[in-house]
Design a protein around this ligand. Structure first.
Ligand code: GAR
Length: 198
């Protein structure tokens, strides 16, 4: 059984999907802590309701805006909690340094588009959906991938396609991509990494 640490920034619906799939889809790992870079993240409430320890580490307020210090503090917390596998579940901050080195090939991200479309710097949250609608694609989706030093550039673990429909707004499309893709493939990808099957 691997220990999983989840990093969040906001609503935490992907965290909720992981919590809900523990013991079924997610058999080889257990969430042992949740860390947020924002004290107002609703995902912290979801973690507390599930009895999971939480911590807030803010890049500016706690780390003087320094990315390496931010990475160091997150890494230290993950080690303190004996985390084996890290999941970025709607984590909107860029990190590098120590955390990437210590957890190489053991960090998973969920991205709300089919990589290599609508990804990279600035493509987070609603932005990939805005870009997909602006481009006029008929199919988008989500990608679960390993994290390396290139934003959204690590090895792809799973992808799932979702149709764009007439009249979609970025918000409507975001919700459909979450329901039909993200909440399904993220727990599956985490299970792949926890079981060593990737
Ligand atoms: C999700 O759509 C996730 O794919 C995206 O932010 C949302 C977070 O929702 N992540 C990124 O854009 C990361 N680059 P959640 O907090 O409800 O899981």
């Amino acid at each position: 059984m691997k220990n999983i640490g989840v990093l969040i920034s906001g609503g935490g619906t992907n965290l909720q999907a992981l919590i809900d799939k523990q013991g079924s889809v997610l058999k080889s790992g257990k969430i042992v802590c949740v860390c947020s870079n924002s004290s107002g993240a609703y995902g912290l409430e979801r973690a507390k309701k599930a009895g999971i320890p939480t911590k807030v580490i803010r890049k500016n307020a706690d780390c003087g805006g320094d990315m390496l210090e931010f990475s160091h503090q997150i890494c230290a917390y993950m080690k303190e909690m004996q985390v084996d596998v890290i999941v970025l579940a709607g984590f909107m901050a860029i990190f590098g340094g120590e955390l990437l080195n210590e957890y190489a090939n053991r960090i998973i991200n969920i991205h709300p588009a089919l990589i290599p479309s609508f990804c990279g710097k600035g493509m987070y949250g609603l932005h990939p959906h805005e870009a997909a609608l602006e481009y006029g694609v008929k199919v988008t989706g989500a990608t679960a991938h390993l994290v390396n030093e290139i934003t959204d550039g690590g090895r792809i673990l799973l992808q799932k396609a979702v149709y764009v429909e007439d009249g979609d707004t970025p918000e409507i499309l975001q919700k459909r991509v979450m329901e039909q893709a993200e909440w399904i493939i993220l727990p599956e990808a985490v299970e792949m990494v926890c079981s060593g099957n990737y």
